[in-house]
Design a protein around this ligand. Structure first.
Ligand code: CTP
Length: 414
């Protein structure tokens, strides 16, 4: 069974309180083996069957068991879990849990995080056969199955833990893993690779001083996250931005423009899209003193030289290649925004450029929101506004329409 779609994806396993809860341990392990990053939420009842500690050890993350616990909520609460996940698997989904999910209730760690989750859900029921066959349970199952966001795997038939024979066994773990992979697989960017530059660069004049800019890398990381969610394999060449969420994609840390150029140029020929969102320093000090320059030794003038233009060099490198990646730049401007952006699109040989006026409140460096205009070679300019996540999703949707093989595909939730 091909479970490669799980590679690098984020899966929450919500554990219900049934005798099959112990099998969820194996499920967490197997999802991890398939390359997924797994976090676990448990109902109160589930804790009667398996300890949270077991799941913590197997998943490598603290387990969400109580959304009233300020410590848990402060660390990685039910909303964090919901935002983080690409897929939510409920196993075992007991009769009680199915009823509460169907009713939209939110009274424990599983149902609260699940109700706040916007992505695909896989339910693996397990219960006594009479409970499974009960009209009420069947109505709940039918109502959930009618919603395309919910899919079921199992239950299997056979001898149940209670001694009864019939349907009600938790599906075999390998089938749950395969169903999870198929729920995630086939994203519109599955099999595509995306290279992104993000953050500032630092150009040192001595070991303790540098030239840089206020970029925080948020826009580039939002693009990485959005591309990952669409199934792409993502690499971010990231300037110094401090601690950021970096799971689910490869991060190559760099400091200077030269480092960034080297890492990009060694990869750009083999990717499908290259998006340059980094705020690369355009100049660096001509020399870098090996030791800290003392105040008294201050040079009268600081001589600056140009750094490599990462995007322009990447564009030159792939020009004329049989399989040339889609090239996307950013233009952070303070005046005549579209005119400057159009000029950069032409000069750097790009397919699209994302222009933003960094003087507008709520746009540009360090903010959580952005307001941009995307220019392409042929189409009309498109304005996008919202959180950086929303803008990132809008940009990717537009880029998909520029890639002939992807045109017409809709990103989920778009
Ligand atoms: N860029 C780059 N390497 C540089 C400078 C810019 O890769 N040394 C990329 C940026 O990531 C962005 C695009 O080029 O995608 C435009 O960057 P910008 O600094 O606005 O353009 P410049 O070409 O530097 O033009 P100017 O500074 O004159 O506005």
């Amino acid at each position: 069974m091909d479970v490669s779609a799980l590679q690098g994806r984020r899966v929450v396993v919500g554990v219900g309180g049934g005798i099959a809860a112990y099998k969820a341990c194996d499920l967490v392990r197997e999802l991890g083996r398939a390359g997924a990053e797994v976090r676990v939420a448990m109902t109160e009842a589930a804790k009667e069957f398996v300890t949270p500690l077991s799941f913590q050890a197997l998943s490598g993350h603290p387990v969400l068991t109580n959304y009233f616990d300020p410590h848990q909520e402060g660390n990685f609460g039910h909303l964090d879990l919901a935002r983080w996940a690409d897929l939510y698997v409920v196993a075992p989904a007991t009769a009680d849990l199915l009823a509460r999910i169907r009713a939209g209730m939110a009274g424990d760690a599983v149902t609260t995080s699940l109700l706040a989750f916007r992505g695909p859900v896989l339910l693996a029921p397990a219960m006594n056969v009479a409970m499974w066959e009960n009209r009420l349970t069947q109505e709940n199952v039918a109502a959930l199955a009618a919603d395309p966001r919910y899919a079921f795997v199992g239950p299997g038939a056979g001898m149940l833990a209670c001694g009864d024979v019939g349907a009600g066994r938790l599906a075999e773990v390998k089938f749950i893993v395969a169903a999870a992979a198929s729920r995630l697989g086939g994203g519109p960017l599955a099999g595509r690779s995306v290279l992104i530059t993000a953050g500032p660069t630092r150009e040192f004049l001595d070991p303790v001083r540098f030239i840089s800019n206020p970029s925080t890398g948020k826009m580039g990381l939002a693009l990485a996250e959005a591309a990952r969610k669409l199934g792409a394999k993502v690499t971010v060449v990231l300037g110094p931005v401090g601690a950021v969420e970096r799971s689910g994609f490869e991060v190559v840390d760099v400091v200077s423009a030269e480092d960034m150029a080297r890492e990009v140029l060694s990869r750009v020929e083999s990717v499908d899209w290259f998006i340059a969102s980094a705020a690369v320093s355009d100049w660096r000090p001509e020399t870098r003193a090996p030791q800290k320059v003392k105040k008294g030794e201050r040079p009268e003038e600081l001589k600056l030289v140009r750094t490599p233009d990462v995007l322009a060099e990447a564009s030159r490198k792939v020009a004329g290649a049989r399989k040339r990646p889609l090239l996307v730049g950013f233009a952070a401007e303070t005046e005549r925004v579209l005119e400057h952006a159009r000029e950069k699109l032409e000069r750097k040989g790009l397919d699209a450029i994302v222009a933003n006026d960094v003087t507008v409140p709520g746009a540009g460096f360090g903010t959580d929101t952005n307001r941009v205009t995307v220019l392409t070679r042929s189409g009309e300019p498109r304005e996008l506004q919202g959180s950086k996540r929303e803008v990132a999703e809008g940009i990717l949707q537009l880029l998909m329409s520029l890639s002939p093989a992807l045109a017409g595909q809709q990103a989920p939730g778009a």
